[in-house]
Write a protein that binds this ligand. Sequence first.
Ligand code: ADP
Ligand code: ZN
Ligand code: ZN
Length: 746
Amino acid sequence: MEYANIIVNISHENLDKTFQYKIPSSMQGILEVGDYVSVPFGKGNKIINGYVLELTDSPVYDPDKIKEIEEINTDNRLVEYKLIKLAYWMKKRYGSTMINALKTVLPVKRKVREKEEKSIILKIGEKEAYERLSIYLKKHQTARERLLRELINEGELDYKVVTGKLNVSAATIKAMEQQEVLSIKSRRVYRNTVIGNKPELKLRLNEDQKYIVDSITDEYINGYRGTYLIHGITGSGKTEVYMEIISKVCEMGKSVIVLIPEISLTYQTLMRFYRRFGDKVSVLHSKLSQGEKYDQFERAKKGDMSIMIGPRSALFTPFENIGLIVIDEEHENSYKSDSMPKYHARETAIELARLHNASVILGSATPSVDAYYKALKGEYKLFTLDKRAKEESVLAKVHIVDLKQELKDGNRSMFSQKLRIMMEDRLEKGEQIMLFLNRRGYSGFVSCRSCGHVIKCPHCDVSLTRHINGKLKCHYCGYETIDRSTCPECGSTYIGTFKAGTEKVEKAVKDMFPYANVLRMDADTTVKKDSYESILSSFSNREADILIGTQMIVKGHDFPYVTLMGILIADMSLNVNDFRSGERTFQLLTQAAGRSGRAELSGEVVIQTYNPEHYAIEAAKSQDYKLFYSKEILYRSLMHYPPVGHLMAILIESPDEETLEKYTTALAETVKNDIIIDCNKKSVSIIGPTDASVKKINDIYRKMIYFKAVDIDSLILIKDKCEMFKEEHYNRKVRIIIDMDPLNGY
Ligand code: ADP
Ligand code: ZN
Ligand code: ZN
């Protein structure tokens, strides 16, 4: 390459303002993207610094007038240097433009106003506080009780946390202020979302935990860096292990990034980190504004804190010296980005760790097949925790109910005999129940029993879902229409829904147990900000007996009084047309089982299914990950699916069906020829082009081409070809989306 495009002023708005320089022969083959260089700039040729964003052979103007790069600065410790390198790796690995990759990793610069925020402090002594508490208890003032309890624990609480996560109203706070139980004070914040002042008691690690901590820290101290996978059942004390290792790494003057899926960024988990590490910790919620995020990143850069906790984007915290990256619940789908570049946080973390000479710890109760495969191959080091850390808590007992048999026995309801009897028992004892319904999208579609016609969204080619308010709704675009009593195709009146949605479950439960208090949590009841937390907190305060929900309820959160988990139809996620459906089903069922009986009371789980003999269900019954893995990996090997092989999905979209057809065919033909020339020895197979499984969304048509290969490098090569084709056949009406090792179907 002869030229380098260089950015001299890094900021989001300037990313496309690059200047071109000639690469002197002494730097040929040495200069890389991301390098920090000095260049002569402007009329006076003042020497300034910049970063290399691109290497190219095509000059943008008269080659004689292009100036040369002065020198490569060797100060590679700079944060930007590593982030640009990372962006370049992401662009190459996952496919995207350099600008999009840079926008993903570089913080958005925006002025932030200093915020004035309120916090709540306990105004009375501990003894008096406990007297108050018993009064609130007697009067059933649950919100006051909840707030006071938390204040006794913490001393001081952020006002927003109290009204949000703790779900205590402003009026209640006011009333308690008038009782002189608490006072509200204003403080200038340099923003920590939660504050606590009680140090966490360090637990004595058990033998198994200690072994992991010692192994990893010994290696660390001896200069070895690696990727570790901790396979530990729910409640086995993984978080304690992370915290112990984190504190050792921090002692060595390094920073740490902890990734947690958004859904488990719960108050409880965060408090544990705050109590242990205090001000060193900062949290990156996706709910933070851009300004707040930038503010956090600035603090990280200045070294004001050294532990960043957050969802996948927390990876791009501009720490100068990262020593460790922890990814909890490593198997979660939310670690994969849904916009280009469609990076996976696990692989990206490993690359980032390489740039910083850091280690990576992955943890999960149900590791992804991908991670476990790599661990067994020796790419990651595997550790296992197979006992719960608190001795008194035991794993739940799991029962399987065959729904086909129920039907034969004449039971047409969505509750098996067994589940109904067990629910009755828990309600009598005053213990709590969770009912888990797998996946909203698969429930409640309306079809005709006479002709089989399914009512679909006119814009999206997906079935509409019936809601109890009498409307039919599209979950892709929000389209709504009135419900029908006759089939639009054949006029038959035998038209209706055949699968249960959460609303329907709620209704059935209320019919069966009119005296029970029921809460429902799904995408519809949690649209409002913080409603997710407030439903969870009122359930954990035992304001309801039964919580009904979709996958949201099976993650995070400890509910000590839940002793029964009912999984209504376990198969829904098995029937999804996706090679990972077995894995997902096993994960969901195992997690759901882990929700029951975490504390003193032992729990039971009922899995209702039409496929009791499926290995994912059988393995979930015995909560046996290895059994599941051994079956699953056989199937993946046979089919050359990831992690044994690799898969790349190319989605091509256009509002014009004919343009799309032609474009896709041409793309597929070109790439096919290239494959024969370039990688005929490597086994690459091409599937498609075909219609995407949702053929149209919002009036945009969609087609797919899949490529399967044993090694990722051939796929990267094919990806480059597709990107080249896209550049050479630019079409304003066509969009191409590349997805390496996709987690979701299209
Ligand atoms: P995981 O992250 O694997 O789900 P946690 O670290 O959250 O597990 O631990 C589960 C529970 O056990 C927590 O309440 C934690 O405080 C407790 N715990 C963890 N380690 C120990 C230990 N060594 N001794 C006593 N309790 C422990
Ligand atoms: Zn019909
Ligand atoms: Zn729609």
